[in-house]
Design a protein around this ligand. Structure first.
Ligand code: ATP
Ligand code: MG
Ligand code: MG
Length: 545
């Protein structure tokens, strides 16, 4: 296993060996303000994966301290994502909002210690006073308020007596610290907004830097794993816990490089924009890099976890090629799924010298896939092939059917074109052909050489299906947003024809449509009367140069 000894696991092992902790406790702490994306899958695989590997626990915690953007719908999506990836959180979903009373007590404690004060500068002044990286900041005059005054004001902030922005609670640390984050960071701000869980009980909400470390502490988290952007927040994380003098065991923060993928946007804000502007059909649109999107597209949890493992855990940011993810899903499906025949753009072929009908036995799996199972392919005088598998003017290297070149119907016979039937506009509407009775697949004695075998379906038994061909949502390698959308990321084929066994026997949900790619029965829109298939991925990397 590639994931055996990344730097986080080495830290965890050392902490267990030294006796710093008896048990590993990690957490996955999303903000419920959007559907989780594949970057979250990475975080889920690390946090739950480490807990699993070391017999520890991983908590699922909704980091719900921003009442303006949160919603229970997103909580459900987060739970679904973790479960679908195959993990279980320890003992119920947790919420930072559950700790609001306790966090308030800790804040009061800091005020009493003279380590926090109510500041009444406005937002602009706070920014100005903070200084710059090259110049020290200036402390607010309100920092001189007495403990009593601070306690009184803070309580009244909590009770909703002030307008938003009138006051904030700040830690009294160091206005000239080289780490800008340490220049008296904000701990609480006033928000008169309904909270999706806490209702209207609170008029103040803790800031990330105050709420996160203490929530970790309250839950007994040992390793608080986050992405590199939080490196400078680590000093505050430690300051809060140290200043409060909280008894051990206490958590420590460790940072890893976030996952970035080419042709992919990973920001809930930007993904929300696509949903709101109806660029996609919803958070679970199969083109979305959300876990719900991959799930609906037909990706398997295994393929996503394998991808996360292959990418590894790094200390420096980089961008992973999206073809690596596509490789992982192909690699997972190749040995698992049945091969079937679907004709995307049907062209009728009438086999003049064939009478009656028969059923041809065909394995669902090729020889190199160690799985059993077969179906019957109806065969008769009338079949359909793909329009692009016939041409009157073959370019060099064209191996399929032409007026002069026979082709094999996969699993069945070799046919030769006899006549091309056209309508009044010159469009080909039918091929009249002959089959070679002694060329049947598996017992071919015809001696006819063909250069390829094509998919086909029997005309009377084939089922009409809708096929949704998905391509990359963005057409630039490092997309910024909506302006980089690939306008051709969805193509709907309404009248494809599929062999009947796929609908009637339903040997699987995922298939390889021969020569077309991997497909998934859409879990929402599919019915037996009106089947819908999503293209998961092509057979080969068609974007490769
Ligand atoms: P976004 O900007 O997409 O909303 P976020 O970091 O604000 O992402 P959170 O809900 O706060 O989203 O994230 C929950 C957890 O998932 C955090 O620990 C965060 O570090 C992690 N995470 C988010 N995006 C990625 C990513 N691209 N790679 C790895 N981990 C990520
Ligand atoms: Mg966040
Ligand atoms: Mg964010």
């Amino acid at each position: 296993m590639g994931k055996s000894k990344d730097f986080l696991r080495r830290i965890v092992e050392e902490d267990l060996r030294s006796g710093k902790y008896k048990e590993v406790v990690t957490r996955f702490p999303p903000e419920p303000n959007g559907f989780p994306h594949i970057g979250h899958a990475k975080s889920i695989s690390i946090n739950f994966g480490i807990a699993k590997d070391y017999n520890g626990r991983c908590h699922l915690r909704m980091d719900d301290t921003n009442p303006t953007t949160e919603d229970t719908r997103y909580v459900e999506a987060l739970k679904d994502a973790v479960k679908w990836l195959g993990f279980e959180w320890d003992n119920g979903v947790r919420h930072t909002s559950d700790y609001f009373p306790k966090l308030y007590e800790y804040a009061v404690e800091l005020i009493k210690m003279g380590k926090a004060y109510v500041d009444s500068l406005d937002e602009e002044e706070i920014r100005e006073y903070r200084g710059t990286v090259t110049s020290p900041g200036k402390r607010s005059k309100y920092a001189q308020r007495s403990v009593e005054e601070n306690l009184d004001l803070f309580e009244r902030m909590k009770n909703g007596e002030f307008e938003e922005g009138e006051h904030v609670l700040r830690a009294k640390i160091d206005m000239s610290s080289p780490n800008m984050k340490m220049r008296d960071p904000l701990l609480y701000r006033i928000r008169h907004t309904h909270h999706y869980r806490a209702g209207n009980e609170w008029a103040i909400y803790p800031m990330y830097d105050f709420g996160h470390c203490l929530s970790d502490y309250i839950e007994g988290v040992t390793h608080s794993i986050c992405t590199l952007e939080f490196e400078n927040n680590r000093d505050i994380y430690d300051w809060v816990i140290d200043t409060l003098g909280l008894p051990p065991p206490r958590p420590y923060q460790h940072e890893f490089a976030r996952l970035n993928i080419t042709y992919t946007v990973m920001s809930k804000r930007k993904l929300l924009e696509l949903v709101e502007k109806k660029v996609v059909s919803g958070w679970d649109d199969p083109r979305m890099p959300t876990i719900a999107g991959y799930k609906r597209r037909g990706y398997t949890p295994e393929s996503i976890l394998n991808f996360c493992d292959q990418v590894g855990i790094a200390k420096a940011n980089s961008v992973v090629d999206v073809s690596q993810l596509e490789f992982c899903i192909r690699d997972d499906l190749n040995p698992k799924v049945p091969r079937v025949m679907c004709v995307m753009d049907p062209l009728k072929v009438t086999i003049e010298n064939y009478e009656g009908s028969e059923e041809i036995d065909a394995s669902y799996y090729p020889h190199d896939v160690p799985k059993e199972g077969s179906r019957k392919l109806p065969f008769s005088k009338e079949i359909y092939i793909n329009r692009e598998d016939f041409t009157e003017n073959p370019p060099k290297g064209y191996f399929r059917l032409t007026p002069d070149q026979p082709v094999r119907l996969k699993y069945a016979y070799i046919i030769t074109c006899k006549e091309v039937v056209k309508d009044e506009n010159g469009n080909i509407v039918e091929i009249r052909a002959e089959y070679h009775p002694d060329s049947k697949s598996g017992s071919d004695t015809s001696g006819i050489k063909v250069k390829s075998a094509i998919q086909w379906v029997e005309a009377h038994s084939a089922k009409k299906v809708e096929v949704r061909l998905y391509d990359r949502l963005y057409n630039v390698e490092a997309p910024e947003g909506i302006e980089d959308i690939n306008p051709d990321s969805l193509k709907v084929i309404e009248n494809a024809l599929i062999e009947p066994a796929v609908i009637v026997e339903r040997p699987d949900e995922r298939f390889q449509f021969e020569r077309e790619g991997y497909f998934y029965a859409d879990p929402i829109d599919y019915t037996d009367e009106a089947p819908v298939f999503n293209k998961i991925v092509s057979l080969k990397d068609s974007w490769a140069k």
